[in-house]
Design a protein around this ligand. Structure first.
Ligand code: PEP
Ligand code: MG
Length: 582
């Protein structure tokens, strides 16, 4: 019998595949005694499993080596080192010999001992080493407990190919790794549409439905599934008719997307002749390859958090500089807008680098620029790296989450300090790198005019602007029904920011997810937006709408909408507008 489940569609597209349930809980560890004459064999078994685990990790490393983000490669390196760790290995062997128990039990006993020792340590860095140990032990355990011969690539990579992953939640790193594994789509029990994982899924073009509570219980392993990442539905065990219907939808979607490729490398220009800038959003230089599949354009938002997340040391200035230069080389003279790091809330550091207890309300806490200003030495490294990269191509520096002018002034002072330092150390840099701000906090939008006076450009971050205007957590699926881009207050804040840009004659772009949804393209054009920064895989679709719209016709109609206090009424009107020929 087929079952229909509902969640939140966060990344469009239809995926059809068998379910792969990603359990994170540990399997039960067997315990039995080993007679003296078999102790040596048991030790051999342990070493064999350890070697198998090593091979698995090396295979993963090799398979994704091409454009593997550094954070992931380091994560794998750390795990490989752990597999050689004498405390873990010799300790397990001692347990086998002394307690005369099987390798699984001995390994677990040694792991528990180590975890306890690490937990009692004061040093927060060492304390969190326990995560690596647990991870590595789980990998060896699964090698010990499966009888299959070592086939690591199958286990870790090909095994997931074409599957729909069902997980409680996925981290951004999981999501990237799984894209390499060519999964068909994913379903998670938690998370919100604006979580970084959801944004990544859209960016990587993986259909995804999230917020499906109990998905891991309701969906059976290996069961056939259809997920509709647009509507947020999951059909488990579909009948033949349903399967046929979705396969044909999938086919139509593919052919519609293929036709859009006629627009690749064509200008974005409205029917009444207004040129529109259409850039892409990236998380790492390797994403430029994906962007290039759709267009030769610049980057309006390079989120630099990936350089910092899931690793145990912050990147130094040179590593950052090299990374930005790599992105510039890939862009070949197209602009690169580097956003200074926005850590905190849904983009958290590896636990090793976190300081102090978790904030009660991280989205309102020490996030993004607030965190940078608290750690100016770290921040200066990134500023210097950006200024240095600026000597080699059109770089822009963008500051996230500014909520007041004091923060902006402090930031501008630090930028000046960085320039002086670079001059003193005779390092090559561009003193004229344009500096801009993300407008994503209502207080900044309302004061956009003052920000505009001091800056070279603004960029509206609707993901956060909506979160903070409507007081709802962008990653909490319980309130996602209230996450409403068409709320009049949100639209007014966007409008104020666009007006501030026009008045001060500076460029205003929009790089939040709203820019990547073709449903809102005509609305934004009518409001006067001339610069979109979007997810690579939506770029051609947005260009298609732009090239079939007339701003002169849209503007008066959109102005009238900006007084309607109900989002669904605005939505109805927008749907009508979108259905017009132009
Ligand atoms: C935004 O808030 O709209 C934005 C683009 O930034 P992020 O999603 O990275 O917070
Ligand atoms: Mg933001």
């Amino acid at each position: 019998m087929s079952v229909l489940l509902n969640g939140i569609g966060v990344s469009k597209g239809i995926a059809i595949g068998q379910a792969y349930i990603l359990y994170r809980e540990q399997p039960e560890i067997p315990e039995h005694s080993i007679p003296d004459n078999l102790i040596k064999n048991e030790i051999k078994r342990f070493h064999k499993a350890r070697k198998q685990a090593q091979k698995q990790l090396r295979d993963i490393q090799q398979k994704v080596a091409d454009d593997i983000p550094q954070d992931i490669s380091q994560f794998i390196e750390t795990n490989l080192l752990m597999l050689e760790d004498p405390v873990l290995c010799d300790g397990t062997i001692n347990q086998i010999e002394e307690r005369k128990r099987n390798a699984e039990w001995a390994l677990q006993a040694q792991c528990n001992r180590l975890v306890k020792v690490f937990e009692e340590m004061d040093d927060p860095y060492l304390k969190t080493r326990k995560d690596d140990i647990i991870h590595v032990v789980q990998r060896i355990q699964s090698c010990l407990m499966t009888d299959e011969p070592a086939s690591p690539a199958d286990e870790d990579m090909d095994h997931l190919k074409g599957r729909i992953i069902i997980a409680d939640d996925l981290t951004p790193a999981d999501t990237i790794l799984m894209q390499h594994q060519k999964i068909a789509g994913f379903v998670t029990e938690y998370g919100g549409p604006l979580s970084h994982t959801a944004i990544l899924a859209r960016n990587l073009g993986i259909p995804a439905v999230i917020g499906v509570h109990n998905a891991q219980q309701l969906i059976l392993a290996s069961e056939w599934l259809i997920i509709d990442g647009d509507k947020g539905t999951i059909v488990a065990n579909p009948d033949k008719k349903t399967l046929k219907h979705f396969k044909s939808l999938q086919k139509d979607e593919k052919s519609r997307k293929r036709n859009l490729f006629d627009l690749k490398n064509k200008k974005a220009r409205t029917l009444d002749g207004i040129p529109i800038t259409l850039n892409g959003n990236i998380d790492r230089p390797a994403d430029i390859k994906i962007l290039r599949q759709y267009d030769h354009t610049g980057v309006g938002l390079y989120r630099t958090e990936m350089l910092f997340i899931e690793r145990d040391e912050n990147p130094d200035e040179d590593e950052q500089y090299e990374t930005y230069r790599r992105a510039l080389r890939a862009l070949k003279d197209h602009p690169l807008t580097i956003r200074t790091v926005d850590l905190g809330a849904d983009k958290e550091l590896s636990s090793t680098l976190q300081h102090g207890p978790l904030a009660h309300n991280p989205a309102m806490g020490l996030r993004a620029i607030r965190r940078c200003l608290k750690e100016p030495e770290q921040f200066l490294k990134q500023i210097r790296a950006i200024l240095r990269a600026g000597a080699y191509g059109p770089v822009r520096m963008m500051i996230p989450m500014l909520s007041c002018l004091d923060e902006l002034d402090q930031t501008l002072e630090l930028i000046n300090q960085a320039k002086n330092e670079l001059t003193t150390s005779k390092k090559r840099f561009d003193p004229a790198v344009p500096v801009g701000a993300m407008i994503e906090v209502p207080s900044a939008a309302l004061a956009a005019h003052h920000f505009a006076e001091k800056l070279d450009f603004l960029s509206i971050g609707t993901n956060d602007l909506i979160q903070y205007t409507l007081a709802l957590d962008r990653i909490d699926d319980e309130v996602s029904h209230l996450y409403q881009p068409l709320n009049l207050s949100v639209l007014k804040l966007i409008d104020i920011t666009l007006q501030a840009g026009r008045k001060n004659n500076i460029d205003v772009s929009l790089c939040g997810e709203m820019a990547s949804d073709p449903k809102y393209t005509r609305l934004l054009l009518g409001m006067g937006l001339k610069n979109f920064s979007v997810q690579a895989n939506t770029l051609l679709e947005i260009k298609h709408v732009i090239n079939n719209s007339r701003i002169d016709k849209l503007s008066p109609k959109i102005r009238k909408l900006l007084s309607i206090p109900y989002p669904d009424q605005i939505e109805q009107k927008i749907i009508k507008l979108n259905n017009l020929k132009h």
